[in-house]
Design a protein around this ligand. Structure first.
Ligand code: ATP
Ligand code: MG
Ligand code: ZN
Length: 726
């Protein structure tokens, strides 16, 4: 009998899905589910969790309810199932009333094998009434980590699932599945779904084919384009944190001839669906997305996932990188990291409740320590999800390019002793304070300043000690308390270590602290990634030309323009026009000699970079800018323009400056004549004619300009630049 059943499972697997054998523990899970027992499935991304409920749903009588958090994910799965000839449907907010009725009717008539439901829809009363009448085979809760507020992707509606299921039928078997749950979150899932007797099926999260790398976020746009061009025609996903960033990067890539679509929750549903389909159908190679995209999405041959911004948690990170290499072949996971991004994210949570803020902070800290650590990435990730992985992967960036190691015995000893002496009731920050001998009210109120260990590590920095503690966690001398978030306890291994210490090697963290703010379009080239020799040559040339024309050099081209030329090596006038701050006018007027110089230089030095990394920036005439240009043409007062766009005068001037710096000429004389009298105008004008720099700051500091306001100086500078530079 059992043999027959086994045969029929395999047959369905082959007949319906076309696979010859089960993967991992799929078969065991399926048997458990079909025997009517609850199952908890924790397997890595891409392991094939879906099949664990899809196959039984087909075999069993009735309809399986699949609770799934994302509309995009439901669509992806339903499309795949329908392609296999399976009757799968979904219920979510994208459906019209008529469509909903059709789905319900089909289900009640017993035609639907799998019904995907968004948690919001599940909790709606008329859906509950409908589901009560349906013949349900079992319930699957996919992406079950969404149930836990300790995890990264908490959905409050997930908390109500148990309640609704009890209203339907308390005996319904449940299968909960996730790839991104820390031990604490796993416990939370079992508790919330009230499935304590569930059989747990757990596989290692280790995915051998994934390459993990963290890069400093410097010249990130350039790095990004270079990377994608090196992976031509391959599928990839770029994750950004904000919708605005998504649009900006998608635009940048398209302008650079990379077929790209954006994806974020601000797009209309129809556009989102189209963009996802375009990506899945390979109409575009790259999708730039917020975290609204991806969870559970299955495109087998995604070759790279790049995090342009740092993710908010390691769970999110693992989940998102999980989209890559699902066919078992090459999969690259690159993250651009700057500590500044972490600080920015911390600010996001300012207005949240204390608990939410604290949770977010804990997750973010884990993220930062992952990025900054020079320990094997895979080891860190697996440890985070509660797996012990003794060796290094030998494959990630930290394994391939190891940092120097140092003898860590005494440092680890001190850390463990401090944890013991403070009663194993504190977190990393407090331990570091005690070790470094910093007094604060907590340290004092617990009298930890009287401990032997107090101040023993004062010679090393806070970052150093945090890194030692993190590595002690990885080596399992310490562990995180599962009930009290943040609290660190000493393990048995830690106990025996301080009784009998032995030599251990620690590594120094990477230093990402001095990366400035993320570069804006204008600053793309800061930090001397440019060719300094060529830059100096161009500067000389600029000076010569300026002299001949009797103009200050910056009127010809400003430094950022020269830096970009020394990076992208434009050798034609058209290419030059794309350089920041150049524009058609200037390119025609001053460009030729620059282009010639660059061409000679490129030939002399065998530079092949021209087609290599050329960043074209999109012509940025945002709506505001177009409006401003039109209004100035109509000679409107600047105050009125500012009012109409709800801009401060400062912001308006900034917009105007950016308009003229990208080559558009504006005539503001009608306004300037009103607000600054002629003599004063001439005075300032002379000033700009005779100085080496057009910096507003320098102008303000100049004694001759004492009588002028910043606004006046900026207005005259605008006038000056328009008249001379275009
Ligand atoms: N037995 C099998 N043999 C071959 N391929 C399989 C098998 N089971 C599943 N797959 C394939 O594995 C891929 C990943 O499956 P699936 O989308 O279910 O992953 P998942 O575990 O849900 O991952 P995630 O956590 O990212 O949602 C799919 O392309 C699927 O068709
Ligand atoms: Mg899945
Ligand atoms: Zn490694």
């Amino acid at each position: 009998m059992i043999a027959v059943k086994e045969e029929s499972l395999k047959k369905t697997l082959k007949d319906v899905f076309g696979y010859d054998r089960f993967r991992g523990r799929q078969e065991a899970v399926i048997n458990n589910l079909m025997a009517g027992r609850d199952s908890f499935v924790i397997m890595p991304t891409g392991a094939g969790k879906s099949l664990c409920y899809q196959l039984p749903a087909i075999i069993q009588n009735g309809t399986a309810i699949i609770i799934s958090p994302l509309i995009a994910l439901m669509k992806n799965q339903v499309d795949q199932l329908v392609a296999f000839g399976i009757n799968a449907r979904f219920l979510n907010s994208t459906l019209s009333k008529a469509e909903i009725n059709r789905v319900r009717k089909d289900t009640l008539e017993g035609h639907t094998k799998l019904l995907y439901v968004a948690p919001e829809s599940l909790t709606k009363e008329d859906n509950v009434t409908f589901l009560k009448k349906a013949n349900i085979s079992f319930v699957a809760v996919d992406e079950a980590h969404c149930i836990s507020e300790w995890g990264h992707d908490f959905r409050p509606e997930y908390r109500r699932i148990r309640d609704i299921l009890s209203q339907l039928d308390n005996e319904l078997p449940i299968i909960a599945l996730t790839a991104t749950a820390t031990p604490k979150v796993q416990l939370d899932i079992l508790k919330n779904l009230d499935m304590h007797d569930a059989e747990t099926f757990k596989l290692s999260f280790y995915r051998k084919n994934l390459y993990y790398e963290v890069r400093p976020k410097q010249h990130a746009k350039k790095q990004l384009i270079k990377y994608i061009k090196e992976h031509k025609n391959k599928s990839g996903i770029i994750y950004c944190l904000s919708r605005k960033k998504v649009e900006e990067i998608a635009n940048l890539l398209n302008v650079n001839d990379i077929k790209t679509a954006p994806y974020h929750a601000g797009l209309e549903a129809a556009v989102r669906i189209k963009n996802q389909d375009d990506f899945l159908n390979e109409e575009v190679d790259v999708i730039v997305a917020t975290i609204a995209f991806g969870m559970g999405i299955d495109k087998p041959d995604v070759r790279f996932v790049i995090h342009y911004d740092v993710p908010k948690s390691l769970e999110g990170y693992y989940q998102e990188t999980g989209r890559v290499g699902r066919d078992g072949l090459e999969g690259n996971c690159i993250m651009f990291y700057s500590h500044n991004d972490i600080l920015k994210l911390e600010k996001f949570h300012k207005d949240k409740s204390v608990t939410e803020r604290e949770n977010a902070r804990v997750l973010l800290n884990e993220m930062a320590s992952y990025a900054e650590s020079s320990v094997c990435r895979v080891r860190q990730l697996l440890h985070y999800f509660g797996e012990s992985f003794e060796k290094d992967c030998g494959f990630c960036d930290n394994c391939v390019r190891p940092r120097e190691k140092f003898d860590g015995k005494e440092f680890v000893e001190l850390v463990i002793q401090t944890a013991v002496l403070t009663g194993e009731r504190f977190g990393m920050a407090h331990l570091v304070k005690v070790i470094r001998g910093s007094e604060n009210q907590y340290v004092k109120s617990y009298e930890h300043d009287k401990l032997d260990v107090f101040g023993k590590g004062s010679e090393d920095t806070e970052e150093f000690w945090k890194s030692v503690i993190r590595q002690s966690l990885l080596m399992e001398f310490l562990e995180k308390d599962i009930d009290y978030i943040g609290v660190l306890k000493v393990t048995e291994k830690g106990d025996s270590f301080i009784r009998e210490p032995f030599n251990i090697q620690l590594t120094k963290d990477h230093d990402f602290s001095d990366l400035g703010e993320e570069e804006s379009e204008k600053e793309v080239m800061v930090g001397k990634a440019y060719d300094e020799t060529l830059f100096e040559m161009l500067k000389k040339l600029r000076k010569q030309i300026a002299k001949v024309k009797g103009l200050p050099p910056y009127v010809i081209f400003q430094d950022p323009s020269l830096e970009e030329m020394a990076t992208t090596y434009p050798t034609t006038i058209q290419e030059l026009e794309e350089v920041i701050g150049v524009g058609k006018g200037k390119a025609a007027k001053f460009g030729e000699e620059f282009v010639n110089t660059i061409e000679l230089y490129v030939e002399d030095n065998d530079i092949i970079t021209v087609t290599d990394v050329r960043i074209k920036s999109a012509i940025n005439k945002s709506r505001n800018k177009v409006f401003i240009i039109q209004q100035i043409d109509k000679m409107m007062d600047l105050e009125e323009i500012a009012d109409a766009k709800k801009l401060s005068m400062d912001d308006l001037l900034e917009e105007i400056e950016s308009i003229i710096s990208s080559g558009t000429k504006l005539n503001l004389n009608y306004y300037i004549d009103q607000v600054i009298d002629e003599e004063r105008q001439e005075d300032l004008y002379d000033y700009f004619l005779n100085v080496e720099t057009d910096s507003i700051k320098v102008a303000l500091e100049d004694e001759d300009n004492m009588d002028y306001t910043e606004e006046e100086i900026r207005l005259i500078r605008i006038k000056f630049l328009c008249e001379y530079a275009h």
